[in-house]
Design a protein around this ligand. Structure first.
Ligand code: XIL
Length: 364
């Protein structure tokens, strides 16, 4: 119960706070990201390749443009990158008639140069929307037009270059009801079906996902999501899978039996599951910092093991990769140390755990 309360607190208080204070403006004058010769012979990505799983990280623009170590570790270790913010409506489509693709283009170019996949997130979200959209007065028809044009312009531009999209992000409340957003309010629940259909028209080969937090272990929200995606499938809506963000704190990771049941029943529906935004903060664990880092490693280990036990679990993506740059830092001012590399790009126990599972696991 205590566990639930903490989780609720984290989601209700911390996530909106982080989002409110953390949404960064994009750097205005990008310097070129030089191409590099990087050996990936002994890296997570070479191991992940053999397991047939995407291993990825979210990428922030500031370090991407300005920190060569960041780019080097990114390309060496991961076969998948997700622009952490650059795909968001607010940054990509700042005025009704203007898109700014410059940052995503640079990331896509980098991914190509290093033989990485790009994951796009999100197309429809209630957050990180521009003022012109939040404050505008639109009829239903106008909003339908705005959403269709946005999705088809963005997905169409990156057709064949973005292997998977979070088409709709965080559409559900904790109790399983649909979140009150401008899309729901003015279009109705069918905005979800339409978003998937439009995305599919724009790139029939891209894998399309519904993504959320708090949907990893069985519970009210996971059940509501299950009902929702079952409905999409019944109506012939082109959805390929479900993204589980999995932002966690030590001791509050999804219970593995409930997570497995959830992944298993999505598999029966024919859907993929991807861990899309993993991070595990160590702030609240008990014990020394070293002990907490070991527990963190254990949590990453068991999540990856669970993923590898299912054929339909196809990606393991962390929200950043070095503790030097994480969206959580701006929240508390403390080093939450949620990722695989420390602030100096040294692999942490969590990295070693993942390396170990990828080398030894017999699943898939
Ligand atoms: C976060 C970014 O990491 C922050 O930099 C930004 O300020 C706010 O958004 N769920 C999501 C992600 O789907 O897009 C969010 O990313 C984190 C929560």
């Amino acid at each position: 119960m205590k566990h639930r309360l903490f989780l609720a607190l984290a989601i209700v208080v911390l996530v909106p706070l982080a989002i409110a204070f953390g949404v960064r403006s994009t750097p205005s004058a990008p310097t070129p990201a030089p191409s590099m010769e990087i050996s990936t012979a002994t890296s997570l990505r070479s191991l992940a390749q053999k397991r047939g799983i995407s291993i990825g990280a979210a990428v922030e623009l500031e370090p991407f443009y300005n920190d060569a170590n960041y780019r080097q570790v990114l390309a060496r270790e991961f076969n998948t990158l997700v622009p952490e913010n650059a795909f968001k409506f607010q940054f990509l489509h700042p005025n009704p008639d203007r898109y700014d693709f410059s940052h995503v283009d640079r990331l896509v170019e980098f991914a190509k140069a290093h033989n990485m996949q790009v994951r796009g997130s999100p197309l429809v979200w209630h957050y990180a929307q521009p003022d012109w959209l939040n404050q505008g007065k639109f009829t239903r028809e106008e909003l339908l037009g705005i959403l269709q044009t946005h999705i088809q312009t963005v997905v169409g531009r990156y057709r064949g270059q973005v292997f998977a999209w979070d088409v709709v992000n965080e559409a559900l409340n904790r109790d399983g009801s649909l979140r009150d957003t401008i899309w729901l309010r003015h279009i109705g629940p069918e905005y979800i079906d339409l978003a998937f259909r439009w995305a599919h028209q724009a790139d029939p080969n891209a894998r399309l996902f519904y993504s959320d937090y708090g949907n990893d272990e069985l519970g009210r929200k996971a059940n509501a999501m299950y009902t929702m995606v079952s409905g999409l499938l019944q109506r012939g809506v082109p959805i390929d899978g479900v993204g589980m963000q999995t932002h966690k704190r030590l001791g509050y990771a999804p219970r593995l039996n409930l997570l497995s049941e959830n992944i298993g029943r999505l598999e029966k529906l024919g859907l993929e599951v991807q861990f899309t935004e993993l991070d595990i903060t160590i702030q609240d664990g008990t014990g020394s910092r070293e002990e907490r880092l070991m527990k963190q490693a254990q949590t990453y280990r068991s999540l990856l093991q669970t993923c590898l036990a299912f054929k339909n679990c196809t990606a393991f993506i962390t929200w950043g990769f070095t503790d030097r740059y994480t969206w959580l830092g701006s929240l508390t001012g403390q080093l939450e140390a949620p990722l695989l590399f420390d602030e100096s790009y040294r692999p942490k126990p969590a990295y070693n755990a993942i390396e170990d599972v990828l080398s030894s696991h017999s699943g898939k």
